[in-house]
Design a protein. Structure first.
Length: 334
């Protein structure tokens, strides 16, 4: 990335995307200067944009004080025919370090509306439809379709601990997908919050490969063959080098088609957020791009693979809480 610099005011490109459920749109590809047809669908809902309207915020707070209750499953509030989530910001870049001293590496992070996010502050977020990119299949035919969320939706650790466990005398490394906290989150809390019962009917049980076939051949911390069954999962290392998914480059080269941007909510939940501002000579705007977890193991026992903010593939310690979550699902919409 070129011309990196810290910003004071949030500068965002406005991307106009005509998007209807089951509609194909042409997305500019900065790598080639051509256009590639991606199909997008909307399914489910999740917190996205920061609620900045003071009248609505005050009305919502008053309604809650007067007895408005959150949904027992999602924790969301319905107010004036809209749905809102309430969350406390826990930022990647914190003004104070663990000892309560000024953090010299701190830099401010902003919501899309220009509001600087304050550590520990409580915010409301608008719950909106999730936009999914179709990686394979045609949603109009009734066949199975692989969907990847277009944005990073939240941030969390792959595993809360990086210890090696054991079952039946066999080691379970910290980057093991089947025993990971992120898998439990996606198929539990996320699945139940994001999808209503009617929407869940579209989501298929998927046999997910997390063995050597899902990662690079040299990883010593992966079982030869390993599968599990999931409703919601993450892409694998091999998925990100599969030319059938329309990626531009393989493996370590940066690829803007693999770049994922944060939502306001994911930034507040602690996702790393790139602050590089697009300059006149830059081909792509990396502002707000972030890293996101893959389900594959890495070259060390305490790491898992990640797609990086510039669009390459790397790895991170499994306890890293600043890596984004970009879910994938298999659906049949016909």
């Amino acid at each position: 990335m070129k011309n990196a610099r810290r910003i004071i005011l949030s500068v965002l490109s406005v991307i106009l995307v005509l998007m209807l459920a089951l509609s194909a749109v042409a997305c500019s590809d900065p790598d080639f200067g051509t256009e590639v047809d991606y199909t997008y669908v909307t399914l489910g809902q999740y917190p996205t944009r920061h609620l900045s309207d003071r009248t609505t915020i005050n009305g919502l707070k008053t309604a809650i004080a007067n007895g408005l209750e959150a949904d027992p499953v999602t924790g969301y509030y319905t107010y004036n025919n809209s749905i809102y989530a309430k969350a406390t910001a826990s930022l990647y870049s914190k003004p104070l370090d663990d000892k309560g001293k000024k953090n010299s590496a701190y830099y401010p992070i902003y919501f899309e509306d220009g509001t600087m996010i304050e550590e520990g502050e409580e915010y409301f977020f608008i719950v909106e439809p999730i936009k999914w990119r179709v990686l394979s299949g045609d949603p109009r035919t009734g066949d199975e379709v692989l969907l990847l969320s277009e944005s990073v939706l939240t941030a969390m650790a792959f595993n809360d601990e990086s210890v090696v466990l054991s079952t039946g005398g066999n080691p379970i490394y910290a980057g093991d997908w089947a025993h990971s906290d992120i898998r439990a989150f996606l198929n539990g809390d996320f699945y139940n919050k994001a999808f209503k019962s009617g929407e869940k009917a579209f989501i298929q049980d998927t046999v997910v490969d997390y063995g050597k076939g899902s990662t690079h051949a040299d990883s010593p911390y992966t079982a030869e063959e390993a599968t599990c069954q999931d409703k919601v999962y993450l892409l694998s290392y091999q998925d990100l080098v599969d030319k059938n998914y329309k990626w531009t480059n393989r493996v370590l080269k940066e690829d803007t088609r693999k770049v994922a941007k944060n939502t306001d909510y994911s930034k507040a939940m602690g996702a790393y957020s790139c602050t590089n501002v697009k300059e006149k000579d830059d081909e792509f705007d990396f502002y707000d791009s972030t890293h996101w977890w893959l389900r594959s193991t890495a070259d060390f026992a305490d790491r898992a693979s990640v797609a990086t903010a510039p669009g390459s593939i790397g790895s991170a310690v499994v306890t890293s809480t600043f890596i984004g979550v970009r879910p994938a699902i298999t659906v049949k919409l016909g």
